[in-house]
Design a protein around this ligand. Structure first.
Ligand code: OSB
Ligand code: MG
Length: 372
């Protein structure tokens, strides 16, 4: 397979409501979309999940644009790849960071391979499920009561897992009210996006009282050693998100005991090849994984749904239906969840499995650029 051209564009897609995490808030999602054109004549859509600010991860939409144009495109354009997996190593050789930009191109190459093989994306990456369990990630709210109402509403809607964003001062009371709203057994978890330090160990230990499925990334975004110290103090499993940037960091987590679950976001780890390596490693160590989200449009969601169909994705992902985020998504059909909390993996069409509404995307476009 040969990628001949990459088209980039930025769209602005307003969220139904602002999404707040401990390190910042998003109201309108700036999204970097890609189209990859192969020499064999196929074109696919892809999405780079970098956000506007580097508060979650170092990549931003603006640095990703530079990385794709100046460093990624020259390495991959017009070069013959037997397998999309080979692209990962080509992009890692003497090229640090920029995982989200690398991932967008690498994952697009998998979609091109799927198109060429007339196979669904999920199949070509090794997916085995025909539907995936859906969770919801709820942003920080004004009051514990307001959050509890949202949590209850989500449980009633059928979500199989509810994740609550927390930060110091918006934690114990919020989780307590949320837990009361859904009962002791509902799959509930929290995500701190690095808002705590080991000085907060006593507060974090109090979370053990609420029968949480896991505590996601309480400490620094690139930390493994302190998480290992903290995990020794907690009964609740720690799930790492930000700290797992590659399969090597996943090995470190297992060796050090820094966590017991991994949230895999393909954008964060450099694409599908790296995601699959982490998935396979964890499977061998009986570490469950689940697919995280980055407030993707329907295009990025297609890639996440495909990934979540792999066998060791045994926990519900942050892969909510289109209507949880957008008044109108940019794909059809929109991503939907059934009443029992499942989303269908599109196995009836080749490629990403949804059609992009190009007219609508054109209207949302702020700039575009073609490389090659
Ligand atoms: O930490 O998982 C996170 C969104 C942006 C940045 C970081 C995170 C998130 C989410 C959203 O939790 C999950 C979703 O896409 O629904
Ligand atoms: Mg997270």
């Amino acid at each position: 397979m040969k990628i001949r051209r990459i088209h980039l564009r930025e769209i602005h897609l307003p969220l139904k409501e602002a999404f707040e995490i401990s390190s910042g808030s998003v109201q309108t999602r700036r999204i970097l979309l890609l189209q990859l054109e192969s020499a064999e004549g196929a074109t696919v859509w892809g999405e780079c999940v970098a956000e506007s600010h580097p508060n979650y991860y170092p990549d931003t939409i603006d640095t990703a644009r530079i990385a794709i144009k100046d460093w990624i495109a020259p390495r991959v354009l017009n070069r013959d790849f037997e397998n999309p997996a080979d692209i990962h190593d080509v992009l890692e050789q003497d090229f640090r960071g920029h995982s989200m930009a690398k991932a967008a191109v690498e994952m697009g190459a998998w979609a091109l391979a799927a198109e060429q093989a007339k196979t669904p994306l999920a199949k070509i990456i090794g997916g085995t499920r025909d539907k995936v369990a859906v969770g919801i990630s709820l942003g920080i709210r004004k009051s514990p009561e307001e959050l509890a109402a949202k949590v209850k509403e989500s449980a009633v809607a059928g979500y199989k897992k509810v994740k609550i964003k927390i930060k110091p001062g918006k934690d114990i009371e919020y989780v307590k009210k949320a837990r009361e709203a859904v009962g002791q057994l509902f799959p509930l978890m929290v995500d701190a996006n690095n808002a705590y330090t080991l000085d907060d160990t006593e507060t974090l230990k109090r979370l053990d009282d609420f029968n949480l499925l896991m505590i996601e990334q309480p400490l620094a975004w690139d930390d493994l050693v302190r998480h290992a110290q903290l995990q020794k103090e907690l009964r609740t499993p720690i799930c790492l998100d930000e700290s797992i940037s590659s399969v090597q960091r996943a090995e470190d987590m297992i060796k050090l005991g820094s966590g017991r679950i991994i949230n895999i976001k393909p954008g964060r780890v450099g694409g599908f090849t790296s995601s699959k390596r982490i998935h396979d490693l964890c499977r061998g160590h009986k570490i469950p994984v689940w697919c995280g989200g980055m407030l993707e449009s329907g295009i990025g969601r297609a890639y996440n749904v495909a990934l979540a169909s792999l066998p060791n994705f045994t926990l519900p992902g942050d892969i909510s239906p289109s209507s949880r985020y957008w008044e109108r998504d940019i794909v059809s059909p929109e991503w939907a969840m059934d009443a029992s909390g499942f989303m269908k993996v599109p196995l009836d069409k080749p490629g990403i499995g949804v059609t992009v509404d190009t007219e609508y995307v054109d209207r949302l476009t702020v700039w575009k650029e073609s490389i090659g």
